[in-house]
Design a protein around this ligand. Structure first.
Ligand code: DOR
Length: 444
């Protein structure tokens, strides 16, 4: 008698690590049980004419809970994730209070329990106050690693000086994620934004040198400390050229916003809605980011989902905060880039699943392979549809991509063997759980 599985995804075209193949996927106990041809299961999803990708892993989201829940919370943020085919998120520490202690991490884990719609882990913020405790904190279950803000962005988390950054890098072993903008240069140039009140000056204030200088300092300090680093949202041609020479120690993230929007057009059309840190720059830099994607310099795509309300965004620049929603649009936007031939579907999966797994040493995720978690994004590469504010599940209720028609859409999302979204409908109840890591060796 044929084996009974919990779930079979039937007739799909599957992006496996061995290539793109037509195969069924059999699931048992939340994990991929087998690839092949199967027919006996409690539930069968027909995926004819659809592609099945590993669920996207978004390793940079700001879900604002606790403290800033008027713009997002762990429920709405994770709902937005599954609506867009994202099955795992790593959440940032610039909440209120900051996530810089074990208590603050436990509080987030407690809040996420029974409310998160996708799997999750949380960053611990690295700062002078917790420097001596970081090696312990980064190994706590539910922690994906340490995040350092070298330059001020939203919130008060900051480690600007070399001696502080070095002490943080010397405490612990896991790869450290950094926001690389040079604080001193940011402060000395802020007059530019304050004089003009024109958001088109955002990339002039936070200029190429501000980013390059910080990335160079980060790599130098990482070498001194003997610590691997991950540079978040890299935005310049100059940094990509520099970082291509340091692949042994530094991995690299880019965002879909920086690959899709460009200055000055985005500021003229969207005003402060296009304001983020580091800034969206001109086409010269955007082309260099695409080159870096194609050349393999980039390891990971992250959304930097950073929602703010429309009222907050309506403040006069530079009082307006930097950031925009992104977790729900990361996959549709990138599928559209695939349809336009800017990267292959395999490379997209590398950037949204294999790359995050490799950089953060995630256990059992990021591949469609036997024994891995049954996390999938079921996508229709031939579906053209407009991204709209109405579709956005994030509490902020807007996206800079409102009205943009993309080719390629997420039909369904499967989280550890449960269908949690199908054709825009959210199914069941929040079933998100804590991500395990090979490096921390906990809860495997
Ligand atoms: O634009 C940004 N917004 N960049 C960051 O680094 C932080 C984020 C936020 O939390 O709003």
């Amino acid at each position: 008698m044929a084996e009974i599985f919990d779930l079979i995804l039937k007739n799909g075209t599957v992006v496996t690590s061995g290539g793109i193949v037509e195969t069924d996927i059999a699931v048992r106990n939340g994990r991929i049980a087998d690839l092949g041809s199967f027919s006996a299961a409690k539930e069968i999803i027909d995926c004819k004419n659809l592609h099945i990708l590993p669920g996207a892993i978004d390793t940079q989201v700001h879900f604002r809970e606790p403290g800033l829940t008027h713009k997002e919370d762990l429920s709405t943020g994770t709902l937005s994730a599954i609506a867009g085919g994202v099955t795992t998120v790593f959440e940032m520490p610039n909440t209120d209070p900051l996530t810089i202690t074990a208590d603050a991490l436990h509080d987030k884990l407690h809040r996420a329990q029974d409310r998160a719609w996708c799997d999750y882990a949380f960053f611990i913020g690295g700062c002078a106050e917790n420097a001596t405790d970081l090696a312990r904190l980064e190994m706590l279950p539910g922690c994906c690693g340490v995040k350092i803000f070298m330059g001020s962005s939203t919130g008060s988390l900051l480690a600007a000086e070399d001696d502080v950054i070095l002490s943080l890098l010397k405490s612990g072993t896991r790869r450290v994620a950094l926001h690389a903008e040079d604080e001193e240069r940011l402060k000395s140039r802020k007059y530019i934004a304050e004089a003009s009140h024109d958001v088109r000056d955002h990339p002039n204030w936070r200029d190429v040198e501000t980013a390059l200088k910080a990335s160079q300092r980060a790599v130098k300090l990482a070498r001194e400390a003997g610590r691997r680093i991950h540079l978040l949202h890299i935005t310049t041609a100059d940094e990509m050229e520099f970082l291509s020479g340091h692949k042994d120690i530094a991995t690299v993230e880019v965002t879909p916003q920086h690959l899709t929007l460009s200055a000055p057009e985005c500021y003229e059309r969207l005003g402060t809605l296009a304001q983020m840190n580091p800034p969206i720059r001109d086409r010269h830099h955007q082309e260099a980011l695409w080159h870096a994607v194609r050349a393999g310099i980039v390891d990971v795509l992250g959304s930097d989902h950073a929602p703010h309300t429309r009222e907050e965004k309506a403040k006069t620049y530079p009082a307006s905060p930097g950031g925009m929603a992104g977790v729900q649009t990361i996959l549709p936007l990138m599928l559209d880039h695939v349809s336009k031939g800017r990267l292959s579907l395999e490379r997209l999966v590398d950037l949204l699943a294999h790359g995050p797994q490799r950089v953060y040493q995630i256990a059992r995720k990021g591949r469609i392979a036997v024994g891995y978690d049954a996390d999938f994004a079921v996508v229709d590469l031939n579906k053209s549809r407009a991204i709209t504010n109405k579709w956005i599940q994030s509490k902020c209720g807007w996206t800079p991509f409102d009205g943009l028609t993309v080719m390629g859409w997420v039909r369904g999302t499967v989280l550890r063997g449960r269908l949690v979204m199908w054709e825009d409908e959210i199914l069941g109840s929040p079933a998100g759980g804590v991500v395990s890591f090979a490096e921390s060796q906990r809860k495997l």
